[in-house]
Design a protein. Sequence first.
Length: 220
Amino acid sequence: MVAEQETDERVAAGEAGAAGESGRVRRRGRPRSFDRATALEKALMAFWEHGYEATSVSDLTRVMGIGAPSLYAAFGDKQSLFAEVVREYGERYGSFGDRALAEEPTARAAVERILREAAVTYTAPGHPHGCLVVHAATNCTTPEVEELLRERRNANIAAFERRIRADIASGELPADTDAGALARYVGALIQGMSQQARDGAGREELQALAEISMAVWPRG
């Protein structure tokens, strides 16, 4: 367990002022410990549910169960915390795409698997629906955060395109396949499924959508 200690900002002033005639130092405030991983998970859930802009520092300290000084000491500012949340989300909840691209023999098989697993992940109980990287961008007005999320989404599309181009080169896909357009099609499907999940679509409905969407996939 990683513990962080919240130190009252008044301690420094108290130490300086209390070392007078008696030479004694009086410490005010009591150290508070918390589990960093648990606090990070709670922040992740808050950002996932409400997005970046709608989640205030006050919201974060409340759900994380820590004070603002502890948040800043352990995670930096809100933007730094969010960047760590995005990394954690990618490792814990969003890694199914990378696994499918690495493990499946063709781009088609990988995309089919990604869409099926997105339907499950985006509607699973126990956490907000949809994709954090998609939803957190809603109404975002912080340029650095917008760029962070845009880079993540574009990186996914680039990974789809690389896999599609590899299949074109091997003859798995027709030579005239538009790899860029097909990759963006997949990206649009995933982002649309995220919003559909937020709007109440269930797993079966999203899986049916995924099945229909693969009908346009070119064949070699």
